[in-house]
Design a binder for this molecule. Structure first.
Ligand SMILES: O=c1[nH]cnc2c(O)c(F)c(-c3ccc(F)cc3)c(-c3ccc(F)cc3)c12
Ligand SMILES: [Mg+2]
Length: 214
């Protein structure tokens, strides 16, 4: 049977990246997506903005909504101290299977917990199932129609604290107008836009960084 794009992406990682070297995994995926097949990883340009937000924050508890092949998971986890924890939720079982192998190739499995399932099912279970009180950093990169309901759900579940940072991908392309309107007008958030480009293209896209004020 024909391979899938995520499988071909994993093959490129195994072929070109060094086990235990996260930067080589990131470079191998970016090269594959630029020169072989486009794939919906955050990419190197928006990825550098993600890196700077994570490095400045030094978060202990991180939640990623939307793993896909694990590219941004690797980008974030490589910057975390060994004691820190990243929980990443992925709805698609095929993507999750590839992402586990990409994360393992990077040697970051000790900091990452990949959970398969729907964000709306798992967000209410974070406290009792993972012993998480609140998150320091949340990266939203799953599905545009879930950004706003999941943010409200995280608020209602008490998973955000004063200073928790939300960073959202694709706020221009494909765009998340209801989410943007909410975080930019709510008195509970201080929000700012980082203009960039859709991964591996010249189209505009950007990231929205929103600090929860409690
Ligand atoms: O769905 C996503 N989740 C997370 N990140 C994404 C991302 O970083 C993207 F660049 C795209 C994208 C944007 C433009 C395009 F032409 C194709 C795909 C999507 C996306 C949007 C609409 C779909 F029907 C399918 C995928 C996503
Ligand atoms: Mg994205």
């Amino acid at each position: 049977t024909r391979s899938t794009r995520p499988q071909r992406l994993l093959n490129a990682v195994r072929k070109h990246a060094t086990r235990g070297d996260p930067q080589s995994v990131i470079s191998a995926i970016d090269h594959f997506c630029r020169h072989s097949e486009w794939a919906m990883n955050i990419g190197d340009e928006k990825g550098s903005i993600l890196d700077s937000v994570v490095s400045e924050l030094n978060p202990e508890k991180v939640l990623e909504l939307g793993t896909y092949c694990g590219y941004s998971t690797v980008r974030i986890a490589r910057l975390l101290p060994p004691g820190a924890r990243l929980i990443t939720l992925e709805f698609n079982a095929d993507y999750a299977a590839i992402a586990r192998q990409v994360i393992a190739w990077a040697g970051l499995e000790d900091r990452v917990q990949l959970v398969e399932g729907a964000s709306e099912d798992w967000i209410p279970r974070m406290k009792e199932h993972f012993g998480i009180e609140t998150f320091d950093f949340v990266f939203l990169d799953h599905w545009k129609d879930r950004y706003l309901p999941d943010t409200k759900l995280m608020e209602d579940c008490g998973l955000l604290r004063k200073g928790t940072v939300l960073l959202a991908d694709n706020v221009i392309c494909p765009g998340v107008p209801d989410y943007l309107q909410y975080v930019r007008n709510s008195l509970s958030y201080k929000s700012c836009y980082f203009k960039s480009h859709l991964e591996y293209t010249k189209a505009e896209d950007g990231l929205e960084k929103s600090v929860f004020l409690g």
